[in-house]
Design a protein around this ligand. Structure first.
Ligand SMILES: CC(C)(COP(=O)(O)OP(=O)(O)OC[C@H]1O[C@@H](n2cnc3c(N)ncnc32)[C@H](O)[C@@H]1OP(=O)(O)O)[C@@H](O)C(=O)NCCC(=O)NCCS
Length: 177
């Protein structure tokens, strides 16, 4: 780890496209991150789609985080995203989301969306810290657990596109005063 100039220790990562050889480390992070984890086949089926992209964050030789997202006409949609438990809270997730945000442009893709489980408070807080807002509750979204999802969205400041109604949601309980 490299010491940051701020009070917290941060890790600088190299972000690049995911390749086939990354799969064992990606799967390990996936399994250690989610109760209902994707299988290798789930990853491969997804990445075979033309509009689906995988990125990884590398620290030295080690893959410490990954993100799978879809390209849509006007937005990017995150399908899967995790940082290895040993590398959390040191800025890896933030660097990956910053990279994704840098791919937006005011005349093309202006938004990033994702669904997050209602019980996944760490991820909700993470995305909120990155400028995302919960815009909709998707009832019983997950077949595995029957949980609701929050649809979270990041919008470029000058995006004039359609808005969602601001959802009345349980994240509000955790608003900092
Ligand atoms: C969500 C996740 C990707 C965040 O990655 P990360 O590398 O730990 O995030 P960062 O270190 O860049 O965090 C940036 C900021 O987000 C917020 N944040 C991140 N994790 C948080 C947590 N567990 N609780 C509260 N806030 C959190 C903080 O504001 C943090 O800044 P700080 O550490 O200076 O306080 C990671 O926790 C993870 O892999 N979780 C399991 C998988 C998952 O839930 N994926 C998302 C599915 S929708």
């Amino acid at each position: 780890m490299t010491a940051n100039r701020t009070e917290k220790e941060q890790v600088r990562v190299h972000i690049r496209w995911m390749i086939r050889r990354d799969m064992p480390e990606v799967l390990q992070t996936e399994q250690e991150s989610f109760e209902y984890s994707w299988t290798e086949e789930d990853f491969l089926r997804c990445l075979r789609q033309r509009n689906c992209i995988g990125m990884v964050a590398e620290q030295g030789e080690r893959v410490v985080g990954f993100m799978i997202y879809e390209l849509h006409k006007q937005k990017l949609h995150i399908l899967n995203f995790a940082v290895h438990p040993q590398f959390r809270r040191v800025g890896v997730g933030c660097q990956m989301v910053t990279k994704l945000i840098s791919k937006l442009s005011s005349h093309r893709r202006t938004r990033i969306t994702l669904e997050v489980r209602e019980t996944n408070l760490p991820a909700q807080l993470f995305f909120r810290s990155q400028g995302f807002k919960a815009v909709k509750v998707l009832r019983a979204f997950y077949e595995d657990s029957g949980e609701d999802a929050f649809l979270m969205q990041y919008r470029l400041a000058d995006d004039a596109g359609d808005d969602f109604d601001e959802a009345v949601n349980r994240i509000a309980q955790f608003e900092e005063s």
